[in-house]
Design a protein around this ligand. Structure first.
Ligand SMILES: Nc1nc2c(ncn2[C@@H]2O[C@H](COP(=O)(O)OP(=O)(O)OP(=O)(O)O)[C@@H](O)[C@H]2O)c(=O)[nH]1
Ligand SMILES: [Mg+2]
Length: 353
């Protein structure tokens, strides 16, 4: 199973630069509506461009990732506002915690991280407690999946007030249980903390920031530092000037490139490709996806009628320049449904229905 497109919810206190980052990532500036908005962003994988040069297809399709912007989460705003914001985050696959680290931020990065955590926990505790209550007091004998859900919620209930991201250790288990997915527990969703610094504070690791970074590592929270406003301003420059200015703060990639990499790494996503005269296309799946499931991502018929797959490696094709060469060199492998798809595989599915 793969994602049609991973949806990442942006969460954070008011005025920390959420919308600025959202616009930076989506490449579209201008005022966004006061509420929320979702935008689809192409994953600019240079490997797709290379494949496109080789095949000269009619169509080139990049993988996509979606971002959802939310209004500022204000701990003082109360339950109704909290519910509104988490309502917007219903169904997102991952969260991006935005922490403002610039002159004029009302709260320190640590306080902001604690606030986000508390808001998530207050919300999740309510869901967990309601769930336990409902299942415990059901007027019928629970079915097996319900019993398992109750057991899961009772175990989750306890650690929910402990660490920075208390639900993370339950993530894998939660992913296997359909009933948990429907609860939209934000403490379990893969999450990345984004420290949004200005130029003056960028890459300066104060003791406080060091601690947050260590907390992130311990609690399976991804980490990324980026300068949203600065990078937004770079859009007025030519690509060459932009690259130079990024280098001036020690970077060789844009914010969105770094974020996409962190998202793929942190969530365990990989890309595989399909190629041909018609279309060159990138696909996103979870690590350890089998060839048959990957085929199903392309088309349900490919999964149903899966016979075998032919696999080339991107780096082989990029080096040799043509498919024919790889065949001569024996670099096109024939694999069965259990072949674990690797990042950079180029798949051709043989199927029959
Ligand atoms: N100094 C400084 N100001 C910033 C930075 N990033 C954003 N801002 C300012 O902070 C204000 C809020 O930016 P937004 O991107 O709208 O913040 P937001 O988190 O979406 O705000 P809400 O949606 O109202 O919660 C704007 O006036 C920005 O110019 C930064 O890196 N440095
Ligand atoms: Mg905003």
């Amino acid at each position: 199973m793969g994602y049609l497109s991973m949806n990442i919810g942006i969460i954070g206190l008011p005025f920390v630069g959420k919308t600025t980052l959202f616009q930076l990532f989506s490449g579209v500036s201008g005022q966004t509506a006061a509420g929320s908005e979702t935008r689809v962003v192409k994953v600019k994988d240079p490997r797709v461009d290379t494949l496109s040069r080789i095949y000269q297809p009619k169509k080139t399709t990049y993988a996509t990732i979606q971002f959802t912007d939310t209004p500022g989460l204000d701990p003082k705003a109360g339950a109704k506002e909290r519910n509104r914001i988490f309502g917007i985050l219903q169904g997102v696959d991952a969260l991006l915690w935005v922490i403002g680290n610039f002159e004029g931020s009302e709260k320190t990065p640590r306080e902001q991280a604690e606030d986000i955590k508390s808001e998530i926990i207050i919300r999740d505790l309510e869901i967990v407690e309601n769930g336990i209550d409902r299942l415990k007091h059901a007027k019928y004998k629970l079915e097996k999946p319900e019993e398992e859900l109750l057991d899961f919620l009772e175990r989750l209930h306890h650690p929910l007030d402990q660490t920075l991201l208390p639900g993370a250790e339950y993530r894998e288990e939660a992913e296997k249980r359909k009933a948990v997915g429907g609860l939209n527990l934000c403490s379990i969703k893969p999450s990345i903390l984004l420290l949004n610094s200005d130029e003056a504070s960028f890459a300066i690791e104060t003791p406080e920031i060091k601690r947050i970074r260590e907390d992130c590592a311990q609690n399976r929270l991804g980490w990324l530092e980026l300068s949203g406003k600065f990078e937004m301003e770079l859009n007025d420059f030519t690509p060459e000037e932009r690259a130079d200015l990024l280098t001036s703060i020690g970077l060789n990639e844009t914010g969105i490139e770094r974020l996409v990499r962190e998202v793929y790494e942190h969530i365990g996503l990989i890309s595989f490709f399909t190629v041909g005269d018609e279309e060159v296309r990138a696909w996103t799946v979870r690590e350890k996806t089998g060839a048959k499931d990957a085929a199903g991502k392309i088309h349900t018929d490919f999964e149903r009628g899966f016979i075998r797959a032919e696999v080339m490696r991107f780096e082989d094709l990029a080096r040799e320049g043509q498919e024919k060469k790889l065949k001569e060199l024996g670099l096109v492998k024939v694999v069965g449904k259990d072949h674990i798809v690797e990042d950079g595989d180029i798949l051709y599915i043989r199927f029959n229905i």
